[in-house]
Ligand binder design. Structure first.
Ligand code: TXA
Ligand code: MG
Length: 345
């Protein structure tokens, strides 16, 4: 049984938060909004509770979880040998969409870290998340609240679509504001490196840290290679998804659209507002992402667009890149992971 609790996103009602916090304290699962995406939370110090996250999501246990705290002062509860740099970053970006990878405290169960000697930690900015974690009084382990491999949820409806009956409580605080996940920054290596681009941009980090490397398990260019069986499918819609990059991206999208329509396929396009009319006139099912000059709009709408086009039953989704600066890097990362194919034109 899943209880949905509608809560004020800016001023969460203490009695409703207390109800959800008790569920966490008793070893239950609570999905809750963060400023990035909805998380699927459990008491991070209770291995039995954390195990439920993996079974609810169908997530393999070799994929470690982020531990959420209500305040940076709780950092020593889960991490040790904390470098001064961690506190500098915490001062600058917490609460907010930055996850730090640090040496872990032995109290953190192996299941949370997949047996790694490090732990990923962040202090989320969303009032509901902060109130929930503070009321529970425990660190909260939470991956994105979707079935494994699916698109991350940015609304409570998305969470229920994936996890109805598999989670005890869903705190519904409306749509999330950022729409893409936190930036994961590895501080356990020198120099620090970005493991996943996200809500805090590379430029913001570089202002404090100087030039910073982006760690690629598989580079963007490699994704163009014809080895789909080897690619990790992630953040993905059900439909086939093709990503277009380079100066000729829009022209390539138009010709692919025409060819696919001629082959009788139902085509969805995730388009910037500026590009939308063109694709609509061509008969595609278009989801408008927002202006390409306001990447925060594109990021906010990205996952909802994938889910909406899936629900509309399209066979294939076409989308283009939005550059590498600012949030463009995180958008490109998620689109690349979702894509079955990348076309460079
Ligand atoms: O914005 C977010 O980060 C959201 C909200 C709910 O906070 N959470 C989220 O969690 O995206 P998840 O589980 O979907 O992604 C966690 C990422 C994964 O890429 C995982 O590999 C990485 O963090 N991670 C976790 N622990 C790690 C560790 N000890 N070392 C390296 N990477 C780690
Ligand atoms: Mg996830």
């Amino acid at each position: 049984m899943t209880t949905r609790i509608i809560v004020d996103p800016l001023h969460p009602q203490p009695d409703l938060i207390a109800q959800a916090a008790r569920t966490l304290q008793h070893g239950g699962l609570v999905a809750f909004p963060t400023e990035t995406v909805y998380g699927l939370g459990a008491n991070a110090l209770d291995p039995g509770a954390v195990a439920k996250i993996f079974s609810a999501k169908g997530r393999p246990s070799h994929d470690p979880l982020i531990v959420h705290l209500s305040s940076p002062t709780d950092l020593p509860r889960v991490a040790r040998d904390i470098p001064a740099l961690a506190y500098t970053l915490a001062d600058a970006f917490w609460p907010g969409p930055l996850t730090l990878v640090l040496p872990r405290q032995p109290a953190v169960p192996d299941l949370v870290t997949s047996g790694l000697e490090t732990v990923a930690v962040r202090v989320p900015a969303h009032p509901v998340a902060r109130a929930l974690i503070a009321a529970a009084g425990v660190p909260v382990a939470a991956p994105s609240a979707n079935r494994f491999g699916h698109t991350s949820p940015t609304t409570a409806e998305h969470v229920l679509h994936d996890l109805q009956g598999r989670v005890d409580v869903v705190l519904d605080g409306g749509p999330t504001t950022l729409g893409v996940e936190s930036t994961v920054l590895d501080l356990s290596t020198t120099p620090a490196r970005i493991l996943r681009p996200g809500g805090v941009t590379r430029e913001q980090l570089e202002r404090l840290l100087g030039p910073i490397a982006l760690f690629h398990t598989r580079t963007y260019e490699e994704k163009g290679l014809p080895s789909p069986g080897l690619l990790e499918k992630h953040y993905a819609p059900r439909a086939e998804m093709i990503l277009f990059s380079g100066a000729g991206a829009l022209a390539q999208m138009r010709s692919h659209l025409a060819a696919m329509q001629a082959a009788g396929r139902l085509v969805g396009v995730m388009a910037a507002d500026e590009d939308a009319a063109d694709f609509e006139a061509a008969g595609a099912r278009v989801y408008r992402l927002g202006s390409s000059t306001r990447l925060e709009e594109i990021a906010r709408n990205l996952y909802a667009a994938m889910r909406a086009l899936d629900a509309a039953g399209v066979d294939v989704i076409l989308c283009r890149n939005f550059g590498e600066s600012g949030l463009g890097l995180a958008i490109r990362d998620r689109l690349t992971k979702a894509a079955t194919r990348v076309v460079t034109g």
